[in-house]
Design a protein around this ligand. Sequence first.
Ligand SMILES: [Zn+2]
Ligand SMILES: [Zn+2]
Length: 368
Amino acid sequence: MPKKDYYSLLGVAQNSTKEEIKKKYRELAHKYHPDKGGDEARFKEINEAYQVLSDDQKRAQYDQFGQVFSDGGGSASGGEWPGGFRFDFGDGRPFDFAQGDFDFSNIFEDFFGGNFGGGTRARTRERKGRDLRIDLDISFEESVLGGKRGVEIEKLSRCSRCSGSGGEPGAKLKNCPTCQGKGNVQKNQRTFLGSFTQVTICPECAGSGKKPEIVCIHCKGRGVEQKIEQLEVFIPKGIRDGEVLKITGKGEASLTGGTPGDLYIRLRVAPHKIFRRQGDDLIMQLPLRLSQAILGGAISVDTLDGSIQLKIPEGTQAGDILKVRGKGSYLASGYGRGDLFIEIKVEIPKKPVKQIKEIAEKLKEEGF
Ligand SMILES: [Zn+2]
Ligand SMILES: [Zn+2]
């Protein structure tokens, strides 16, 4: 499914400044405004494009994934990995392992060419590259607050010399000698049902019907090469351990000139020394001195995003839980946050010094 190209919708270059985008948007919005007799569908598209490209974060996501995931919906269960896929950055379809690796329609057509008996309808369907799956270890902070990660992946990529054409740059194309330019080959097959013509994609030219006159010296005409690719992976805010990111088109290159496969990244979140996650909330323990628990007061507490002043009420008990609103994890949507719950511990001196014992004696006399 071709994705919408927001840049070309607005008629701007990918490196345009915000100002240039805004200017172009105003021009087009004026031109296509339905109230002025413009094309309403076009107007909507232009607005959608502008919503994304005018927002730095959405634009960065779009540049990476070709789509903006603002709702985090579209949950689908993954067969191989627990947790399922909450994010689908690709074409919006939930991922389905039953078909993910295996395109049955392709196989069927390979066997039968979609064509029993007479006729030799050409079939030039291109096959997609292989999907890749990797694990990525991220810190607890990254899972809560989001972030960016550089990742290196070794994979089959388009040949850098011929850009996948398999021919030397500038080489002319000639008709494929195997299929004489038809892109498919056929053979008659006899079965107990009678004989039929089997049409298959030409193995020599992968269905294009053309071959370069001079084969690329780098990839020997395969159009692909094994390469290490650097990727910047955007980690959405509020992601959980085991969740999987899908990056459309970042899998392996197709051997037959089709679209590349997809990349699935399973995130593994390291545990934190202080914080624990429960849903969208964070939980931590806070040790107080005995005097702090009795007298109360303000103390400084380190949260994942900086220190805060926490008000300890007078007479705070061990086991009391204080709630700090909005300092939990980001919600999966990236907007809004859970809360931070602070469980109070009270430290009783393990080896009380003389002075402490004297105070305790006094308390005892007072009946505490
Ligand atoms: Zn090449
Ligand atoms: Zn051929």
